[in-house]
Write a protein that binds this ligand. Structure first.
Ligand code: ADE
Length: 240
């Protein structure tokens, strides 16, 4: 079972996410366990403060090292596996499918969520193992990025999605966008499902899907093809 700890000043933000849909099912089936810790509870400051003015002056506040170091010590005290300690920050490495796959192989993940402000540099240097960003925009806190990452990691755990094969066919898992999909009826207001999909000819269907997947990736995300070795046949399809 994967153990997931979140350190946040707004633990309530996570209740809906961990108690709904696939993540709830994963927890109910003991495939993942979710625990949220309010690191304000670890502050040794008499007013339970978790931030302070930056040395050298300037605007804004900085999250202090002490509550976060102590909260990490607390959640790792009884843990068997060495955790990945992940800091949510727009300065981090960009999170993507490959990173989700990598994290899905770990036993224990700790997500640290800041809010509004910066982190004392000693947190980055000595507490965390990874700094990750979900994209080039700034959010008010790391809670939403943590939810995004947790959702995409947990759905990859074996047994979490009903059909074991389904995450394998998804966009990005083979480096390409997914092919178009259709369901009944075969003719909706004159808009028809491609003939090949009704043929029952599995080899032709697979070939069509692969071709459409390549075409779609070329049209929408040509950057993904930079790391995808194209065969001569595939190059031909793209240029058709
Ligand atoms: N905290 C604020 N903005 C963020 C982002 N884009 N990614 C991760 N953490 C963040």
């Amino acid at each position: 079972m994967m153990q997931i700890d979140v350190l946040s000043l707004f633990p309530d933000m996570f209740t809906g996410v961990f108690q709904s849909s696939i993540l709830k099912k994963a927890a109910d089936n003991d495939l993942a366990s979710f625990h949220v810790t309010d690191y304000r509870d670890f502050s040794l400051d008499k007013h339970h403060r978790v931030d302070d003015y930056p040395y050298g002056g300037g605007a804004g506040m900085v999250l202090t090292a002490q509550p976060l170091f102590d909260a990490v010590d607390h959640v790792t005290a009884q843990a068997k596996a060495k955790p990945r300690v992940i800091l949510m920050t727009p300065q981090g490495e960009r999170f993507d499918h490959q990173k989700a796959v990598e994290l899905s192989k770990e036993e224990h993940l700790i997500f640290i969520c800041g809010h509004y402000e910066g982190y004392d540099e000693r947190i980055r240097e000595h507490l965390v193992t990874d700094e990750l960003s979900i994209g080039d925009y700034v959010l008010t806190g790391g809670e939403l990025p943590a939810m995004v990452m947790i959702d995409s990691v947990v759905r990859l755990l074996p047994g979490v999605l009903g059909n074991e094969a389904s995450p394998i066919a998804d966009s990005f898992s083979n480096g390409l966008l997914e092919h178009p999909q259709y369901t009944r009826p075969a003719d909706f207001r004159g808009m028809k499902v491609p003939e090949v999909l009704l043929s029952g000819h599995h080899k032709n269907i697979e070939a069509w899907r692969h071709k459409e997947s390549l075409r779609r990736t070329f049209e929408r995300r040509p950057d993904l093809l930079e790391n995808y070795p194209l065969s001569e046949q595939e190059k031909q399809w793209i240029n058709d």
